[in-house]
Structure formats: C-alpha cells, structure tokens
Design a protein around this ligand. Structure first.
Ligand SMILES: CC(C)(COP(=O)(O)OP(=O)(O)OC[C@H]1O[C@@H](n2cnc3c(N)ncnc32)[C@H](O)[C@@H]1OP(=O)(O)O)[C@@H](O)C(=O)NCCC(=O)NCCS
Length: 192
C-alpha cells in the first residue's frame, strides 16, 4: 500500500508533550558524590547565576550581580568546605555523559524559630541547564535530596529562592514547601 493511501485514523497518535518529556527524562541518571563532583558544577552554577541576574534587575539598583565566573569562584570555595564533610552531599543529573543539573544539600544546626530537630537540611543549590528544564530533571534531583536527608535521619528541609524566581517558587510549593522569610539588601547610609 502506498503511504498516502493509509487510513489516517489508523496512524499512531502523536505523543502528547508530557509523554515526550517523560521519555527524555528516563535517560537521566543521578550521581552522588562530594568534593569530587565540584569541577563538573561550574557551568551549572554559572547558568543559575545568569538566571538570577536576568530575573531580578531591580536588585542592581542596590548592588550589581557578580559575573558568573566571579560568582563561581566564591561558590566553589564554599562547596570545597562543605563537601569535605559527611554532612553534605552533591548530586548531578547526567545525560549522555554531560551533567545537565545538580543539587547540593547539607545538614545544618536549626534556628530558634521553628520546632524542628536540632539539625535540619538546607538545599544550598539546585540548578538545571536551560535546555533541560521542565523535563523532570529537577524533580529527580529533589527525590534524591529527600532520600539522602531521610537516610541521615533529617525531616526538615529549607532553601532560599531569589525574589522574582516564580518558576522555582512554584516548583518548591508543588513539593509542599511554604514561604518562611524574606531577605532584604540595602546600603549602609554614609556617615558624614
Ligand atoms: C527550578 C529548576 C531547578 C526546576 O528544575 P526542572 O528540571 O525544570 O524541574 P522539573 O522539570 O522537575 O519541574 C518543572 C516543571 O515541569 C513539569 N514537569 C516535570 N516533568 C515533566 C514531564 N515529564 N512532563 C510534563 N511536565 C513535567 C513539572 O510539573 C514542573 O511544573 P511546575 O513548573 O508547575 O512546577 C530549574 O527550572 C532551574 O534550574 N531553574 C533556574 C535556576 C533556579 O531557579 N534554581 C532553583 C532556585 S535556586
């Protein structure tokens, strides 16, 4: 039969976008590590810093964002400190040999405000490359973050979200998280 003679109703239906996304998502694997993973995180952190600078230009009225490279050199040093201990974990989402997303989580002393255990989880970073967003990669990383914290006996998780980062707010609220505090930044008035 000539292809043009086929009954169109017998064609397999085209996949809805959610299913296409599901297929791509399944090729992502999560790798857990510590300081060994830091060199792979640079482009992912810089994507996050670029994202932050692009969504919150009003902050630049008070302070400019660091360049992605400068920002990475600060963050890298923090990761080196945190990830040499067993109370922090790095996770990368790998696709075709490339890290397309990552999370860094650590366990920190709790504060005085909420009734929690003495040590709580802090998600210090979560970033997915722009081309891999909305495919379930961030959700997979969060599953592993939750699994690691549960294995460590931790039941509370906090994180910070930059103002205007509406996608990230929605993402975390979908995971049952609620807003806790707002961080402000300003300039100390000059004293004559
Ligand atoms: C926020 C961020 C980490 C989320 O990662 P992600 O991989 O895009 O997250 P997911 O794909 O798991 O979820 C994103 C959305 O896609 C949807 N989705 C996920 N998998 C899907 C699938 N297979 N089919 C259809 N939709 C899907 C989710 O329901 C979710 O919807 P929501 O926007 O209403 O919450 C990512 O967008 C990112 O890196 N953003 C820039 C940096 C940032 O904001 N980081 C976090 C704050 S510091």
């Amino acid at each position: 039969m000539h292809p043009d003679d086929r009954d169109p109703s017998s064609d397999p239906p085209s996949l809805p976008s959610a299913q296409v996304k599901e297929r791509r998502e399944s090729s992502v694997t999560i790798q857990a590590g510590r300081a060994d993973l830091i060199p792979r995180l640079a482009p992912l952190w810089m994507a996050l810093q670029k994202h932050h600078a692009s969504i919150a230009p009003q902050i630049e009225r008070v302070r400019a964002f660091r360049t992605p490279e400068e920002s990475w050199s600060v963050r890298r040093r923090q990761y080196e400190q945190w990830l040499q201990h067993g109370d922090a974990q790095a996770l990368t989402a790998e696709q075709d040999g490339q890290a397309v997303g990552y999370a860094v989580v650590r366990i920190v002393p709790s504060g005085p405000t909420l009734q929690t255990e003495d040590r709580i989880g802090e998600l210090v970073s979560l970033s997915v490359l722009p081309s891999s967003r909305d495919l379930g990669v961030g959700s997979r990383l969060m599953e592993e973050v939750h699994r690691w914290l549960a294995d460590m006996g931790v039941t509370t998780l906090t994180t910070s979200v930059l103002t205007n980062n509406t996608n990230a707010f929605r993402f975390y609220k979908r995971l049952g998280m609620v807003e806790l505090s707002v961080e402000l930044v300003g300039t100390v008035p000059h004293r004559p």
